[in-house]
Design a binder for this molecule. Structure first.
Ligand SMILES: CC(C)(COP(=O)(O)OP(=O)(O)OC[C@H]1O[C@@H](n2cnc3c(N)ncnc32)[C@H](O)[C@@H]1OP(=O)(O)O)[C@@H](O)C(=O)NCCC(=O)NCCS
Length: 286
């Protein structure tokens, strides 16, 4: 039995068109899955169809993963409802992130899949709530959630780190984002990325990742440096100095390669392998 109804979900409340459209699509996709794969009916019904708004469905998906006996799903859901009621932009951002994944991840055909199964998506939404708690000075609750997210998903984002919207965190395992890092809107991040300090500075010591950047798998960006808008960081690179906008950098330490990019790297997601598969290119090599 729920303690309070989300103000966000009361019938007279007008939600943003993005949230409305995302929720309608998710429900449609969920009904289709129940038809095609009835063995999943209980899961899909419990997490999606049973709910009357996107926020409650998201809360359900998160609390199922993050609850512990001492802070159970019911109590955690109340914490999350309060966060969403205090800051409805969290729900808008959660809807934008789903659209970003569907639009930019060639392995993701719909909105339902990341909501239910993608740990990068779920960890980011948990982080958004954690950040809100941190700003409200609920430091231990924020730390508890950061720790649960790290245990459950293998992703460690400091509660103070600032994340934009329309963010794709693909695969996500091993992602670490430090306290004073900023990740702006429309950034794409692959697995194993570190946005860390050099260990030599205190205070504002973490990277600033500007809008539309693509951070390849295993990229490490160290220090309070900017990766400029629309730039691309190659897999396994170690970035120790600022990256100009619309520039590709690779290697250890990272150096610029190739011509200036003509569109934000994160949006085109031209990472060779996946893009070729999407375009139906024949396999290369042996
Ligand atoms: C950097 C990247 C985007 C390619 O960008 P690009 O502009 O097409 O670059 P090119 O392939 O033309 O390579 C340019 C030069 O950089 C080198 N290079 C490319 N990627 C590199 C990398 N990750 N590390 C080191 N050098 C790299 C190439 O060997 C080439 O060197 P050369 O000029 O001496 O021959 C791509 O290699 C990459 O790392 N993508 C990330 C993909 C990813 O993380 N996939 C994980 C999917 S799960």
């Amino acid at each position: 039995m729920r303690q309070h109804r989300l103000v966000l979900c009361t019938p007279d409340r007008v939600l943003s068109p993005v949230v409305e459209s995302v929720w309608a699509t998710i429900r449609h996709e969920a009904a289709g899955v129940v038809n095609r794969e009835p063995v999943l009916a209980r899961l899909i019904d419990g997490t999606v169809l049973h709910h009357d708004c996107f926020a409650e469905s998201l809360i359900d998906c998160l609390t199922r993963r993050l609850a512990v006996p001492e802070l159970d799903a019911w109590t955690l859901a109340e914490v999350f409802r309060c966060a969403f009621d205090d800051e409805s932009a969290l729900i808008d951002a959660a809807a934008s992130d789903l659209q970003a994944i569907r639009d930019r991840d060639p392995a993701c055909p719909d909105l339902l899949t990341p909501l239910l199964y993608f740990k990068g998506y779920q960890a980011l939404q948990a982080h958004r709530i954690t950040h809100q708690l941190w700003l409200q000075d609920k430091i231990h609750l924020a730390r508890h959630l950061q720790s649960r997210v790290s245990e459950v998903f293998g992703i460690d984002i400091h509660p103070a780190a600032r994340m934009g919207r329309g963010i794709l965190i693909d695969h996500a395992t091993g992602l670490v984002i430090g306290e004073t890092a900023v990740v702006e809107d429309d950034v794409s991040i692959l697995q194993g990325v570190t946005l860390g300090g050099t260990g030599k500075d205190t205070g504002d010591r973490h990277p600033k990742i500007r809008r539309g950047v693509l951070l390849g798998a295993g990229a490490t960006v160290l220090g309070n440096i900017e990766v400029g808008e629309g730039a691309k960081v190659g897999a396994g690179s170690i970035v120790l100095s600022p990256v100009e906008p619309y520039t590709t950098v690779v290697g250890v330490p990272a150096r610029p390669v190739g011509p200036r990019l003509t569109s934000p790297a994160a949006l085109s997601m031209e990472q060779c392998m996946d893009m070729d598969q999407r375009l139906g290119a024949p396999p290369t090599g042996s």
